[in-house]
Design a protein around this ligand. Structure first.
Ligand code: TXD
Length: 318
């Protein structure tokens, strides 16, 4: 039985998600958007590449939630992206309203779906989405850490001239300026990054520069594009999560997940390594943090909490 993947938001990321899902043949795709014709037009365009790309999945577009019912996976990008000079947090007001509307749309039609939220400000929007839908917390997760980790690994690969796929690392914490690139948990082609610093293959200051560039990875692209923000790598990141769920791959992936005591954090969504399999978020992976990492992680958690308090001022029902 073919899986059903619904993409709420057929914009830059949504359209790319649809294209990747078709090329990777991970399931039938329904694109949804409130902008008239956008979802239908993009679905038809991708469908017309089937004879060339040899995929046999069904792909359609709609602005009616009934067409999305009984989805196995729902990936949400509905919302507005940043403009130059805006922070991710500046999007809170408008995207909170949009995510409430999306929650109303999916909670009746796909109560069993695994829901991946991409809309910014990610950590708070995914938290709001879980509360608005009432879906179990292990079935609602945010995409950010995979993207941030991929940016960190890519920048490192440029500096160390290695295949980016051979770098293992991850980013902890919120999807914002307080994110924590885990330098001491980074392996480059089988070697610890900290050893490469000691042996002079890369300087500490260059690593710190890469940590900063990772934090600003989104803003750097917004500056170039002027209109819109990153969408190719965000879409690849969302698809990796969807595939780990649909194929029960049990990958360990950095995602915004609900913590209920892990890392000393309760009742908050924040970026941590999790195992994603057929049950959704199956486990929060607890790694040992050194004192500095603990401090940085706590700082990130504080930032997420503060933004969630701002969200509760906008909508006291949260
Ligand atoms: O790592 C991450 N999580 C971030 C997330 C990485 C990059 C971008 N990030 C955020 O994703 C970005 O800040 C935005 O909040 C979302 C979507 O970014 P995208 O670049 O895809 O934005 P677009 O191209 O504007 O697409 C958004 C679509 C657009 O077509 C709107 O018509 C639609 O969302 N939209 C809606 N769809 C359904 N329902 C409602 N209410 C709605 N409102 C707008």
């Amino acid at each position: 039985m073919k899986k059903k993947i619904t993409l709420i938001g057929a914009g830059q990321i949504g359209g790319t998600l649809a294209h990747l899902a078709a090329l990777k043949k991970i399931g039938d795709v329904v694109l949804f958007d409130v902008a008239k014709g956008l979802a239908t037009g993009k679905a038809l365009d991708i469908a017309q590449s089937a004879p060339i790309e040899n995929f046999d999945i069904k792909i359609s577009g709609t602005d009616n939630y009934n067409d999305t019912k009984n989805s196995d996976v729902i990936i949400i990008t509905a919302g507005v992206p940043r403009k130059p000079g805006m922070t991710r947090d500046d999007l809170l007001g408008i995207n909170l309203k949009i995510i409430k509307e999306v929650a109303e749309g999916i909670k009746k039609t796909s109560p069993e779906a695994f829901v991946i939220c991409i809309t910014n400000p990610l950590d708070v929007i995914v938290m709001a989405l879980q509360k608005y839908t009432g879906f179990s917390k292990n079935k609602v997760v945010g995409m950010a850490g995979i993207l941030d980790s991929s940016r960190f690994k890519y920048f490192l690969s440029l500096e160390l001239k290695v295949n980016p796929y051979k770098i293992k690392s991850f980013v902890l914490g919120g999807h914002g300026d307080t994110m924590v690139s885990m330098v001491n948990h980074t392996i480059v082609d089988g070697k610890n990054l900290s050893d490469l610093i000691k042996s002079g293959n890369i300087s500490q200051s260059k690593v710190e520069e890469i940590v900063e560039r990772t934090k600003n990875g989104g803003a750097e692209i917004v500056k170039h594009l002027q209109k819109g923000s990153a969408f190719y790598a965000p879409a690849s990141s969302g698809i990796e999560m969807a595939e780990s769920y649909l194929k029960d791959q049990k990958k360990e992936l950095p995602c915004a997940a609900y913590l209920q005591g892990e890392y000393g954090v309760k009742d908050l969504y924040v970026g941590v390594p999790v195992i994603i399999g057929k049950k959704g978020v199956e486990k929060v992976v607890q790694i040992n943090l050194d004192e500095n990492e603990k401090k940085l992680f706590q700082n990130s958690i504080k930032a997420v909490k503060e933004l969630f308090d701002a969200a509760k001022k906008i909508d006291p029902s949260l």
